[in-house]
Design a protein around this ligand. Structure first.
Ligand code: SAH
Ligand code: F3S
Length: 482
């Protein structure tokens, strides 16, 4: 997703929300991608209507939920460690119930209940509406589980409780699941087939967020460019849709345009784009609307044609370069970021060099880089030996990271001297005299606070930079300021 968070570092508990009638306390922690954080807001909303307020104090929780990630082995280990901690807490609070949500719940199913005695409840990503019923079973002294994946569920009818929010930017999910079947990836197995959410419910949510004072939204999906609404149903069944459904179908470029027009003062971002599904009409819509940010997260995973093929990424290196060239032609100042995997099975030194040379061509603004982690059940997990030695993977990963750092600095330096519109999100971590926000290209900008406030669009002159941050000073309100 836009910023794939390092799961090992990012277990985040959610802040309080209150409904005075509720008597029970929910503590919910999320790991992994932005979709999980967004899903936790849906879960909190469902439980809010069923007697639970959220708390950020583990010690007072009646119910602890952990929304889990399976993308790499390390992510799963992090959750296992957290469960040990919850176990210790449960010794003092025997009535506390513990539930596991998300991708690990879906992947491990009843094994979770067998392996982790502390777990009372296991719920997969499409079954969150069933949590109140499942909790009833838990109250009756049973373990409870629902890991059924759905063909329809999009949670479009649930208004998420905005937890942990800065009140400025929010996530809006537009698709669930993924049909791409990249051979290394567990997501199609844990999140099921791809389905899109009704554009009307997306627009309602966006308008509601605007009315609540939010200034920026990120449209979320595993593969947003393949968004397709034709009245409901799986993406793969579109061929069998009626002529009317086909004629009135909304693609991602259409949705982006609808959202940009509905709230012209609101910044729009989206994530993630698989290069094989990104089309020129999306880039053209981006360039047409002032409020759609000039930033694309465009994971490539490898620069080697042979490895791309083995990964079932359905584009070549050449086609990727073409896409990059088109983006730069249509949106010259577009920020572009990557995900890379080092040490996919059979990767040779030459394949790795292809990755480095691809990076040199694109010079990404930033990236998220990982050592290959074999996932049980995936095609690569079943058919390919994890044959790149750990030390080789590590060294290749370090080379990729070091090169990315060079490129990040090259990119941030290009902003020096420019005046850029920044949406203020929070106080700078390093100085309470500075604001922190992002420019259109998604790079963090810090500058002295003056009289500006959180949620303002401010034009900032960039005067200094590191490889990750731009430093500047405000020169007035931005064009998007109401
Ligand atoms: N389409 C998704 C991709 C999810 S996974 C999205 O919206 O972000 C995020 C990233 O994790 C992938 O792009 C890939 O670089 C990495 N990843 C996925 N499976 C992996 C594995 N088995 N080992 C190492 N990295 C992996
Ligand atoms: Fe995974 Fe590939 Fe989909 S990385 S989420 S299978 S686009």
């Amino acid at each position: 997703m836009e910023k794939v968070i390092d799961e090992a570092k990012q277990g985040t508990s959610l802040v309080n929300t209150q409904n005075s009638k509720n008597t029970k306390k929910l503590y919910i922690e999320s790991y992994g991608c932005q979709m999980n954080f967004s899903d936790s807001e849906i879960v909190a909303s469902i439980l809010h209507n069923n007697g639970y307020n959220t708390t950020n104090q583990l010690a007072e929780a009646d119910l602890v939920l952990v929304n889990t990630c399976s993308i790499r082995d390390k992510a799963e280990q992090t959750v296992r460690k957290r469960l040990e901690k919850f176990n210790a807490v449960k010794r003092d609070q025997p009535n506390m119930k513990v539930g596991v949500l998300g991708c690990m719940a879906e992947r491990l199913k009843s094994k979770f209940l067998e392996e982790e005695k502390i777990v009372d409840l296991v719920v997969g990503p499409d079954a969150y509406k069933d949590i109140p019923n499942l909790l009833q079973e838990v109250e009756d002294g049973k373990n409870a589980m629902n890991v059924i994946l759905s063909k329809e569920e999009t949670y479009g009818d649930i208004s998420p409780v905005r937890l942990q929010s800065n009140g400025v930017s929010a996530f809006v999910s537009i698709t669930r699941g993924c049909d791409n079947m990249c051979t290394f990836c567990v997501v199609p197995f844990t999140r099921g087939r791809e389905r899109s959410r009704d554009p009307k419910s997306i627009l309602d949510e966006v308008n509601d967020l605007w009315n609540k004072g939010f200034k920026e939204i990120t449209l979320l999906g595993q593969n947003v460019d393949s968004y397709l609404w034709y009245g409901g149903g799986l993406k793969k069944d579109f061929e069998n849709a009626s002529e009317i459904q086909k004629a009135t179908a909304v693609k991602f470029s259409g949705l982006l345009e609808l959202v940009a027009k509905a709230q012209p003062k609101m910044r729009i971002r989206f994530s993630t784009s698989n290069p094989q599904d990104m089309t020129l009409d999306v880039i053209e819509v981006m360039s047409k609307y002032r409020n759609i940010c000039n930033y694309i997260h465009l994971p490539v995973q490898s620069g080697s044609d042979r490895i791309l093929k083995a990964m079932n990424r359905l584009h070549t290196r050449e086609e990727y370069f073409n896409l990059i060239d088109n983006i730069r032609k249509i949106i010259p100042d577009c920020g572009i970021s990557q995900d890379m995997i080092a040490g996919f099975p059979t990767e040779t030194e030459d394949d790795h060099k292809d990755t480095l040379s691809l990076m040199k061509y694109v010079k990404y603004d930033f990236g998220f880089m990982f050592a290959y982690s074999e996932r049980p059940g995936t095609l690569a997990g079943r058919k390919m030996e994890d044959d790149v030695p750990a030390d080789v993977k590590k060294r290749r990963l370090q080379e990729i990271i070091a090169l990315q750092q060079e490129h990040s600095l090259y990119r941030t330096k290009q902003h020096l001297g420019k005046v850029e519109e920044v949406l203020i999100e929070k106080e700078s971590k390093k100085s309470d005299a500075h604001w922190s926000g992002r420019n259109s290209q998604n790079t963090t900008v810090v500058f002295p606070k003056e009289d500006y406030k959180i949620g303002d669009y401010v034009n900032v002159k960039i005067i200094d930079c590191t490889s990750a941050t731009l430093i500047g000073e405000a020169v007035g309100y931005g064009e998007l300021q109401s």
